[in-house]
Design a protein around this ligand. Sequence first.
Ligand code: NAP
Ligand code: GDP
Length: 343
Amino acid sequence: MSTIGSPPPTPVSATQSNVILVTGGSGLVGSALRYVVEHETADSTYGKRKGEEWIFLSSSECDLRDIQQTRKVFNKYRPKEVIHLAARVGGLFANMSSQQTFLRDNLLMNDSVLQVSHEIRVKKVVSCLSTCVFPDQVTYPLTEEKIHLGQPHSSNFGYSHAKRLIDIQNHAYHDQFGDQFTSVIPTNVFGPGDNYNLQSAHVIPGLIHKCYLAKKNQTPFVVFGSGKPLRQFIYSRDLAKLFIWVLREYKEIDPIILSVAEEDEVPIKEVANAIIEAMNFRGPVEYDTSKADGQYRKPASNSKLTKLMKESGTKHFEFTPFKTALEESVEWFLESYDNGARI
Ligand code: NAP
Ligand code: GDP
């Protein structure tokens, strides 16, 4: 039964069914997906397959918080599959200052995308959660079945509850209608095309931008918090390849963690030092401990991913070394600072 005000389902016909629609296609992860699809050869595991048409949406084409606009754009492209990346995203400090906006924007976007995908019978939707969906008080490492075992950390409860709900929505659509909607859980992502805005950035783009300004203005490089918290970072182009693997090979409704190994946690202080080196910064460094540290650590296990990739016959996945990925991100930032970077 369709909901009040929504049109009856309009199935995709076989001739219309080669479109892969990426919501949030203009963002950090979306631009990495575009890069991988355009740069990997067709015979590689992650390249664009013959006949596939990839469409990368941005908010300028459709505000996904509005279900009517979402219907219009989905009916225009008639996707066979959807990678749903669009979200209101931000670092610790953006989340702390706008819990309601993070909650509502993400709830609305997720509802529109999943409901319209259901209506037009999209064959598979892969949505994106984040490791902040996990409970704050839980035994480590984080594994997929622990998502709903307790309250998330208070620093980003709006965003994390909206993201958690995607897993519930996926199960409800599957349970009632058989829809193949699933989700992935990446750790902290960084790379070319990131959001370098000082108010809303995650830690790596935020620190790259601050280090650049400190060098230029000959002022101290200020790192927020104690520098002690630990994070697992994933390079956006590695994540993009794993997304493509999930789209093609992953069969479950339950989420799957996309992460480097558990032992690859990096303290924020080491991140700051790596940025100092990559930027060749020689000035003073200060830690502003009046600013929040957020969650101390949230180490995630990638054992489900490793096991299933092996079982699917995919060759061993090599993550880009952190230093190389950081240097490529810094290079992109320096090239794009005056024209193109989101700052
Ligand atoms: P991002 O760079 O901020 O990009 C967000 C994307 O969403 C942009 O393409 C943006 O379009 C689009 N968008 C935002 N509001 C929209 C709206 N109302 N209607 C339509 N599109 C809208 O984010 P990202 O880092 O690539 O994140 C991608 C996914 O990964 C998200 O689901 C996020 O929750 C998840 N994730 C990210 C991280 C991380 O560290 N970055 C970690 C874990 C999970 P415009 O740019 O055109 O406005
Ligand atoms: P999280 O991983 O979801 O907590 O989000 P972030 O990517 O924003 O990382 C937050 C961690 O980095 C916290 O421990 C912050 O104290 C620390 N941090 C240090 N300097 C900065 C900064 O300039 N911006 C941000 N966003 N975080 C910073």
